[in-house]
Design a protein around this ligand. Structure first.
Ligand code: NAD
Length: 484
């Protein structure tokens, strides 16, 4: 029986292959209307413990490593196939709980499936190496799963962020406990159904939902987890990393960003504006790698501001189910926070070329928003808005542009728009960020390693690199006795 068809108020935690209810529930609202349309069981500390114990049992039984890697990879790929088979239904639910337009939800389901395809295909490629110790010895390294992998997931791409970590962790043979985001946890339930469909044993995938300060903290601090992947804000990342340090478990932190594109005077402007549209409006700007700053050469500054304002005027905004270009923000709190940052920027001298105030309708809508005459010291140029808000700044020299680009605490991604390859590559060398896009924001995909410099985090998700987060190296040294 499909989860969503079963009734939304059946939404429960998934522990050791069973749906587990709770007497406390969390309301889930539709961001397009502000109305509660579902609720989900709130995992208690004891539920968190049961989920971790189930994963540990699964790990200790060796159920996941007994399966040959090629077969485990096939199972991981089947999870992706399950998502694709149920794509429309999952996308519809994702749209209701997150507010994103249906077209965006369909992209998210397809991307989530692609993670399972990509990593599943690599299950039997995790080869160790042979270490030369000289005559009389053989020595080799071997990758083993950590055991219990704990994942704490944000609300902005709830299905995809879980798929990203879960696919790599299962591929490498870890048993997983996922803390789903309390604002939009429902589509994550399909991942439990996908694991069952693929034939994973009970305990391999466990899902728990709750708030961060209780359920999330209980998972991060649990003494029996062996590895921790956190995707979310810097402030929470600090407390999660502290918990990991206290338990001496490795931790990956995928945190926020304040990513900048530099547009030189020879940039292809139509291409630039298209990248701005994706970069700051996809997900209503609630994307860690959003293009939230644009640093424009003074020779093209006025033209660029005008072109982006025109593009924004033509963006349709509406409820996710109406499938417009852009949907609402996730919650009233996030929308109000973004709007307040806009008001403050104006008080500091920034000028709105478009947007900046909530829409006069139900739901948590902020229109596409463009501020120019922003200076690098303003809050709007330093802090993550996490909304559809672009801050535009002017530069004259290359050094100045690079200094502005590097001038925040973050270092997630960055972009350069120019036809001059030398200039682009100089920037790529000097920008302090984990990923550089040249002439297309979001260029690359699941294959490209992704993660932060500076306060944007450490460790990498996506790409081949991510698999190494989920394994530990064992070295085996063999002494060969001489022939008697
Ligand atoms: P958040 O830090 O508030 O919450 C993220 C998750 O952590 C949620 O599941 C939450 O319940 C949990 N949590 C909160 N407090 C906790 C605690 N004390 N202990 C354990 N868990 C706790 O972040 P958010 O608002 O959900 O997400 C937005 C942030 O995530 C933005 O800063 C964004 O840039 C970042 N993000 C980063 C990436 C990336 O890959 N780098 C991807 C998506 C989002």
């Amino acid at each position: 029986m499909k989860f969503y068809q079963a009734q939304n108020d059946m939404a429960q935690n998934y522990i050791n292959g069973q749906w587990v209810d709770s007497n406390k529930r969390i309301d889930i609202e539709n961001p397009a209307t502000g109305e509660v349309f579902a609720n989900i069981a709130h995992a208690s500390e004891s539920d968190v413990d049961k989920a971790v114990q189930a994963a540990r049992e699964c790990h200790l039984s060796r159920a996941l490593v007994k399966v040959p890697p090629s077969e485990r990879g096939r199972m991981v790929r089947k999870m992706g196939e399950y998502l694709l088979q149920n794509k429309q239904e999952i996308a519809h639910l994702l749209t209701l709980e997150s507010g994103k337009p249906l077209w965006e939800s369909l992209i998210e389901v397809a991307s989530s499936a692609r993670y399972f395809e990509y990593y599943g295909a690599q299950a039997d490629t995790m080869e160790g190496r042979s270490v030369p110790l000289g005559d009389g010895y053989y020595d080799f390294t071997h990758y083993e799963p950590y055991g219990v992998s704990a994942m704490i997931i944000p609300w902005n791409y709830p299905l995809e962020m879980t798929a990203r970590s879960l696919s790599a962790a299962l591929t490498t043979g870890n048993a997983c406990v996922v803390k789903t985001p309390e604002l939009d946890p429902l589509t994550n339930c399909y991942l439990a159904l996908a694991a069952e469909y693929a034939g994973f044993p009970a305990g391999a995938v466990n899902l728990i939902c709750g708030y961060g300060h209780d359920t999330g903290a209980a998972l991060a601090n649990h003494p029996l987890i062996n590895q921790l992947v956190f995707t979310g804000s810097v402030a929470t990342g600090v407390s999660v990393a502290t918990a990991a340090a206290q338990n001496i478990v490795p931790c990956v932190l995928e945190l926020g960003g304040k990513s900048a594109a530099i547009a030189y005077e020879d940039a292809d402007l139509d291409n630039l504006v298209e990248s701005v549209r994706w970069g700051v409006l996809f997900g209503a700007g609630q994307t860690c790698s959003a293009m939230s700053r644009l640093i424009v050469h003074q020779a093209i500054y006025d033209e660029v501001v005008e072109k982006i304002a025109t593009m924004m005027q033509n963006i349709t905004v509406g409820a996710g189910v109406d499938d417009k270009d852009m949907g609402p923000m996730i919650s009233e709190k996030q929308r109000n926070r973004a709007e307040n940052m806009c008001i403050k920027a104006e008080q500091q001298g920034a000028q709105a070329a478009f947007g900046g105030r909530r829409l006069n309708r139900d739901g948590w809508f902020l229109p596409p928003t463009l501020y120019h005459n922003v200076t690098p010291d303003m809050e709007l140029a330093q802090q993550e808005v996490f909304g559809p808000v672009l801050a535009v700044m002017k530069f004259t020299t290359e050094d100045e542009a690079l200094a502005i680009s590097n001038g925040t605490d973050y270092g997630l991604v960055a972009g350069v728009f120019t036809r001059d390859i030398d200039r682009a590559m100089r920037a790529a060398q000097r920008i302090e960020a984990g990923q550089i896009f040249i002439n297309e924001w979001f260029a690359g995909g699941i294959e490209t390693p992704f993660g932060g410099y500076k306060k944007s985090g450490y460790g990498r998700e996506k790409g081949r690199e991510a698999l190494l987060n989920y394994v530990q190296t064992k070295n085996i040294a063999v002494r060969i006795s001489s022939v008697r």
